[in-house]
Design a protein around this ligand. Structure first.
Ligand SMILES: Cc1cc2nc3c(=O)[nH]c(=O)nc-3n(C[C@H](O)[C@H](O)[C@H](O)COP(=O)(O)O)c2cc1C
Ligand code: SF4
Ligand code: SF4
Length: 401
């Protein structure tokens, strides 16, 4: 009989049936989407951002999925009003039973008191938790970055303010009984410290990371043009999808390192399959949020991935998610602690077709090509291995000395 593995995850008094949650975004705006997510085994949904008072930037969506770069980018996006999202929470709670439903919220008034009042309304509507949006770079952060002077700090601006952030978190935590999650941004360069402040202000979990802000590809022959369809102009855009994965892994890693083993972390950023999901857990995530991949592929790929996760765990001898959470922390070393072996590159003349690609490597003192025969001087070789990656014929390998 196959060994039993448990993929559920405990978050305080809540139990997630598995670690995978649909991240706040355009796939979590209707009851039908939430029901479909539940039917396909997702453990939770973070409802699309609601801004109170009504959003000041609220445009119809214009997205680009840049397939080659594996990068999703957008600036224009529609948000929910609290009334719409509160109704959605009520309905979702009525029509679902196995999925954790929580809103993603921002208060944009001048006072701080609006935050707990807003949070309370969600608690009363049946939300099982509340996620504070301290991450969106497409609100005041975008305006500041493009030279404007917004009245209030919201999203990524507030989330990177290490003084104001814990104050806001605390008044909300004090006002509601349900768990408060804080979704953070790496944009201020201090996501681990922001996570620490949030946990110490009473947050039940911290979430990393939302979109990063960037400039999309520019057509240098038409630099004033746009990559978007049915939209003039570009502005700093919100990046997501597999492209941001290495940065997102590092953010979770740093948060876990800084917070220690206890606090609950939800990681996100470019997760699209078993491999990337497990990697997020290995750097410190208890649960994993996924947004872009649900935009591109819907929800129905999760059941297969859950089966893959179970077989993977059996194969590796893991019985619980916690057995491989943080695993990479043992392996990630400081730069001065690396073990590096002496060696050199060796070329296989049978495979080399003298294409000349490796002859051009700018930093290489070892490769020459007398009479077009690729030759590597082992004594001069730095053993950097760039040539191995560049050779289209697989003709170069590394040897330890
Ligand atoms: C179109 C779009 C809309 C998003 N809207 C929200 C939002 O309303 N609130 C939020 O906290 N994050 C939002 N996000 C961020 C995602 O929830 C997620 O944190 C981020 O995209 C990284 O994960 P991913 O690569 O799986 O998308 C949005 C992302 C996209 C692509
Ligand atoms: S390993 Fe680096 S230094 Fe050595 S041959 Fe290849 S590119 Fe040159
Ligand atoms: S890149 Fe590979 S195939 Fe091309 S010359 Fe170098 S070793 Fe030969």
């Amino acid at each position: 009989m196959a060994e039993a593995v448990d993929i559920s995850v405990k978050l305080g008094n809540l139990t997630l049936r598995n670690p995978f949650i649909v991240g706040s975004g355009p796939t979590v705006k209707t009851v039908d989407q939430i029901r479909e997510a539940e039917d396909n085994g997702w453990a939770g949904v973070s409802i699309k951002l609601a801004i109170d008072p009504a959003p000041y930037i609220n445009r119809p969506p214009r997205y680009r999925w840049l397939k080659k770069q594996k990068l999703h980018i957008f600036t224009a996006e529609s948000r929910l009003t609290p009334d719409v999202s509160l109704k959605l929470i009520e309905e979702a709670r009525r029509f679902t039973k196995d999925i954790l439903v929580f809103p993603n919220i921002t208060y944009d008034g001048k006072d701080r008191e609006g935050w707990p009042l807003l949070a309370k309304r969600y608690e009363d509507a049946g939300a099982q938790a509340i996620e504070l949006n301290m991450c969106c770079p497409n609100m005041s952060f975008n305006l500041t970055a493009t030279g404007e002077n917004p009245e209030q700090a919201t999203g990524a601006s507030l989330g990177s303010d290490l003084v104001e952030l814990p104050r806001v978190v605390k008044i909300i935590v004090d006002a509601v009984k349900i768990p408060v999650f804080v979704k953070l941004t790496p944009e201020g360069g201090k996501i681990a410290q922001a996570a620490y402040q949030s946990i110490h202000a009473g947050a039940a979990a911290v979430v990393s990371v939302a979109n990063r802000l960037g400039i999309p590809d520019i057509d240098i022959r038409n630099p004033m043009g746009t990559i978007y369809r049915l939209q003039d102009n570009i502005t700093l855009g919100c990046l997501s999808g597999p492209w941001i994965r290495p940065l997102a892994l590092r953010d979770t890693y740093e948060m876990r390192y800084y917070l220690g083993p206890e606090p609950f972390i939800m990681g996100s950023g470019g997760v699209s399959d078993l491999q990337s999901g497990v990697q997020q857990i290995m750097v410190g995530s208890d649960a994993v949020q996924i947004c872009t991949e649900t935009m591109l592929r819907g929800f129905d790929w999760l059941p297969k991935m859950l089966e893959q996760l179970k077989s993977y765990m059996r194969e590796m001898g893991y019985r619980r998610i916690r057995d491989f959470r943080d695993l990479l922390h043992k392996n990630i070393k400081a730069a001065d602690e690396l073990t590096i072996y002496d060696g050199y590159a060796r070329v296989d003349p049978e495979k080399c077709n003298s294409c000349g690609i490796c002859w051009k490597i700018g930093h290489c003192p070892a490769i020459s090509h007398p009479e077009d025969v690729t030759t590597i001087d082992h004594d001069k070789c730095l053993a950097c291995s760039t040539c191995v990656d560049l050779c289209p014929k697989g003709a170069i390998g590394m040897e330890a000395k």
